[in-house]
Design a protein around this ligand. Structure first.
Ligand code: COD
Ligand code: ZN
Ligand code: ZN
Length: 376
């Protein structure tokens, strides 16, 4: 059946209010307008950032909303003027758009497009309308993507074509998890051969940081988590030592300082906890250490530490999507996964049907899963 130009009725997981379970609803998805693309989502990962919204930690969010930002699918139809993808193409939606024209896209050192909805939380298409409705109500989108639905509509700058042979149930992890973690090590920290690293939080993102540190030739990779069940996988992927802060008498930064003769070269916060961001900074060497913030903390939280920590020579930085520019980097990262330059199989612990989405979030909250991929 040719659906182009028509409203599609399909299944979506709607979050009507924070602190609630997702409701599987029939929604209407309007056809793409000019420069927009309608995508049939084939697979989507569950990332902690989605859970932050369910938890109500992002206080300025719009509801109701369709979450999900780590997906892969096939273009169903395109609006006028779309030149980079066509119906039938395999694609990955980009939660960080890449317009190629704005100040952010023009800056050679930046990967953050000014059209990104991160921090703005508008939850709408660029013309300030939505393509989603349910029971007569407007449903918001999430960071220009919304993948917890059989069909979504994104702007052309928020989607990139990938290779026809890409296994979508795996490469969906390039949409956030793998790229964010791996890129944080190789692009943001720029880990060097022989350097020492500490990774706080061993979810899909922290484990991908470990993959990046190892690829960059780090001599020591210290993996830190309050859940010791995460250690086996961390070691498999390249961690040289594992530490559970709960088993230590002293604060974790003192433990890391002691293990590394004063602190690591590079530390990574992959939890979204401001206290741990300070621990990560303190765990980096006072003269030359760099701490990279990867985790997204609750929207009203504040980071506080004595400036002397930086005056002695430490660097504190952060980044989105591992510093990758979506349109330039995602197709190659997908090829690297196809050729098994990198393996994400270890990150992909569970596969569930889309309608088991609430179970998928429970597994993440209980620390039983790394990545659950939902298939439609
Ligand atoms: N000390 C040590 N470990 C801890 C602590 C603590 N105090 N608290 C929790 N942990 C561990 C948990 O046991 C868990 O293993 C790990 O930290 C967190 O992992 P997950 O699986 O909950 O989360 P991920 O890997 O999905 O990571 C999510 C981030 C927290 C990094 C999240 O903010 C994120 O996805 N950031 C991506 C940055 C980005 O670009 N975001 C925009 C769209 S995602
Ligand atoms: Zn831009
Ligand atoms: Zn994510």
């Amino acid at each position: 059946m040719d659906t182009a130009g028509k409203v599609i009725k399909c299944k979506a997981a709607v979050l009507w209010e924070p602190h609630q379970a997702f409701k599987l609803e029939e929604i209407e998805v309007a056809p793409p307008k000019a420069h927009e693309v309608r995508i049939k989502i084939i697979a989507t990962g569950i990332c902690r950032s989605d859970d932050h919204i369910v938890d109500g930690l992002m206080k300025d969010r719009k509801y109701p909303v369709i979450l999900g930002h780590e997906g892969a699918g096939i273009v169903e139809s395109v609006g006028d003027g779309v030149t980079t993808v066509k119906p039938g193409d395999k694609v990955i939606p980009l939660f960080l758009p890449h317009c190629g024209e704005c100040r952010g896209c023009a800056e050679p050192k930046s990967n953050v497009c000014c059209k990104s909805d991160i921090g703005k939380n508008n939850g709408l298409m660029f013309d300030n309308t939505s393509r989603f409705t349910c029971k007569g109500k407007l449903i918001h989108n999430f960071i220009n993507t919304s993948t917890f639905t059989e069909y979504t509509v994104v702007d052309e700058i928020s989607v990139v074509k990938i290779h026809d042979d890409a296994p979508l149930d795996k490469v969906c992890l390039v949409g956030c998890c793998f790229s964010t973690g791996y890129g944080s090590a190789v692009n943001l920290a720029k880990v060097e051969p022989g350097s020492t690293c500490a990774v706080f939080g061993l979810g899909g993102i922290g484990l991908s940081v470990i993959i990046g540190c190892k690829a960059a030739g780090a001599s020591r990779i210290i993996a830190i988590d309050v859940n010791s069940r995460k250690f086996e996988k961390a070691k498999e992927l390249g961690a040289t030592e594992c530490v559970n802060p709960k088993d230590q008498e002293n604060p974790i930064h003192e433990v890391i300082q002691k293990m590394t003769n004063g602190g690591v070269h590079y530390s990574f916060e992959c939890i979204g906890n401001t206290d741990i961001m300070v621990s990560a900074l303190l765990s980096s060497h006072l003269s030359c250490g760099t701490a990279v913030i990867v985790g997204v903390a609750p929207s009203l939280s504040k980071l506080s530490f004595p400036p002397i920590l930086l005056l002695t020579g430490r660097t504190l930085k952060g980044g989105l999507f591992g510093g990758f520019r979506g349109k330039d980097s995602v197709p190659q990262l997908v090829l690297d996964l196809i050729s098994e330059k990198f393996k994400v199989d270890g990150l992909l612990t569970h596969k569930l049907a889309f309608n088991e989405i609430n179970k998928g979030f429970d597994l993440l909250r209980k620390g039983e899963s790394i990545r659950t991929v939902l298939e439609f």
